[in-house]
Design a protein around this ligand. Structure first.
Ligand SMILES: Cc1cc2nc3c(=O)[nH]c(=O)nc-3n(C[C@H](O)[C@H](O)[C@H](O)COP(=O)(O)OP(=O)(O)OC[C@H]3O[C@@H](n4cnc5c(N)ncnc54)[C@H](O)[C@@H]3O)c2cc1C
Length: 476
């Protein structure tokens, strides 16, 4: 397709700002930036632009505004709610931050690291470890997901139980606003009560209020003792009993507690190389547990073994495997972090990222499962849950053949989503716990969101991005 004159003018301006090689327009070059991770959404764009620093981002954003083009900020493109790709038929700009991957400063005594937004989480982990510190956010996409994306989705992951989601790890931010001006607050102060908390407006904004170009991230002491266990639970209710007991006994040493259904574990073992079930006992429900302490002398492994033996006696636990080395611990967590990959290989997932209070998790899983099975008796329901956060990935899974056999797959998607979200709403929960809204849940937010909250959100968007050019078609 030949570009119109206006397109050529826009491209010339962009090339003038970031250099010709950093403006991608060929179909093959742009393809990885236009399709979402699951392959469920594919958009179009005039160009993919790769800026090298904050001033180039500001230049591109300003040029987009002056040329009336929309702009989609993109990090690692691992969004699970179709938030990081442009709309179909669009001719805007995808602004991908992968060239901005520097570590700007590490201040160990202050427990702060300042990074470019395009730094991948794995690189941030490595940089922190280099000074004997860690950034405690862990998820399956950490090799690819970037700080800007994690921050813009307020990502959670397995460590949120102990350290909170990304919002609680961010102590400073740098953002290019939709008019091209830079809002910079990277002083990383622990205390600063000088008015509204603007930083937190941008955390979780999913690229609708500007482009995050830098962030100050909190670092925590290294764990010098740890214990990892795979616990075969007697039943679903035992997940809450065991978690509560673990917190009573080990308090802040509880780093993570993840619930997996048996069929979800089986899919991982089937599709992901180098995975092996750690137990002979195949229970319907498994809880993966990590304990950690900065005290190298803490005998967490021994204490966990002892505590689990007591739970075996009182019947909540059928069997348990306590890792005898960090490598064995890593193997357990490899299974957990491979679920999205395995499900993608096996078929089509109707995935729901819902949350209720932790005590209600079993009731929610049962109610949603009953509702879905009434409509689709053979449905394969996979559960992956950050149970301590009350967050359940409720996945209704179909093989590729089953999915292709549906006459109207969009109607099935909408029907299943309605069933699940109605049950969650009845339990006072949320239909988006950690993945965000993106394009996928925009309709749900409009329909189910609190009207006052929506009014305030629209007002804020109207002030910061009156032209609605930032990531259009997502969130609001
Ligand atoms: C295998 C796998 C496992 C996952 N596990 C988890 C999990 O456990 N917990 C969890 O919360 N999520 C999880 N995710 C989802 C995803 O990794 C997170 O949402 C992550 O935060 C997205 O980061 P990203 O850099 O890939 O952002 P992208 O996908 O590129 O973008 C996500 C959103 O942020 C916006 N954005 C990106 N960068 C910027 C920026 N610099 N400025 C402004 N806006 C920006 C985009 O416009 C988009 O709206 C998983 C995904 C995969 C594929």
């Amino acid at each position: 397709m030949t570009a119109s004159l206006a397109d050529d003018d826009v491209l010339a301006r962009l090339r003038g700002i970031v250099g010709a090689r950093n403006v991608l327009t060929e179909e093959a070059d742009m393809a990885p930036y236009l399709e979402d991770w699951r392959g469920y959404s594919r958009g179009t764009a005039l160009a993919v632009v790769l800026p090298g620093d904050t001033s180039e981002v500001a230049g591109v954003v300003k040029a987009a505004a002056e040329c009336g083009r929309s702009l989609v900020p993109q990090g690692g493109n691992t969004s699970l709610c179709q938030g990081s790709v442009p709309p179909e038929g669009g001719n805007g700009i995808v602004l991908a931050l992968r060239r901005m991957a520097g570590i700007r400063e590490i201040d160990k005594p202050s427990g702060v690291m300042i990074v470019d937004a395009g730094a991948a989480l794995a690189a941030v982990h490595a940089a922190a470890e280099g000074v004997g510190r860690r950034v405690p956010i862990n998820l399956g996409s950490e090799g690819t997901a970037q700080i800007g994306g994690l921050l813009s989705t307020n990502a959670g992951g397995t460590s949120a139980l102990r350290y909170g989601p990304m919002r609680e790890l961010v102590c400073g931010i740098e953002v290019v606003l939709p008019n091209g001006r830079v809002f910079s607050d990277l002083r990383a102060l622990r205390k600063d009560n000088t008015g509204y908390d603007l930083r937190n407006l941008f955390v979780g904004a999913e690229g609708t209020l500007g482009v995050v170009t830098g962030a100050a991230i909190r670092m925590h002491p290294m764990l010098r003792a740890s214990a990892h266990a795979w616990v075969a639970l007697a039943d679903l209710d035992a997940a809450v009993t065991i978690l509560t007991g673990l917190q009573d006994r080990f308090d802040t040493a509880v780093q993570a507690a993840e619930l997996l259904s048996r069929n979800q574990v089986e899919l991982v073992l089937r599709h992901i190389p180098r995975t092996r079930h750690p137990l002979e006992t195949r229970s319907d429900w498994s809880l993966l547990v990590e304990l950690g302490s900065s005290d190298a002398a803490a005998d967490l492994q021994g204490q966990l073994e002892e505590w689990l033996a007591e739970r075996f006696e009182d019947g909540a636990v059928l069997d348990a495997f306590v890792a005898q080395s960090e490598a064995q611990g890593g193997d357990i967590w490899h299974i957990r972090h491979s679920v999205s990959e395995a499900n993608k290989i096996h078929g089509h997932s109707l995935s729901h990222d819902v949350a209720v209070r932790p005590s209600l998790v079993p009731r929610m899983i049962e109610a949603c499962s009953e509702g879905v099975r009434a409509a689709h008796p053979g449905a394969n329901i996979l559960i992956v849950s950050h149970v301590g956060d009350g967050n359940v990935h409720f996945i209704v899974h179909f093989t590729h053949a089953e999915w292709d056999a549906f006459a109207d797959p969009k109607a099935v998607t909408a029907q299943v989503m309605r069933i699940v979200h109605d049950e969650v709403e009845a339990l006072n929960g949320t239909f988006s716990a950690e993945h965000g809204i993106g394009r996928k849940l925009k309709g749900e937010l409009a329909q189910r969101g609190d009207p006052v909250r929506l009014e305030l959100m629209r007002a804020i968007r109207g002030v910061i991005d009156p032209g609605q050019r930032m990531n259009p078609g997502t969130v609001l």
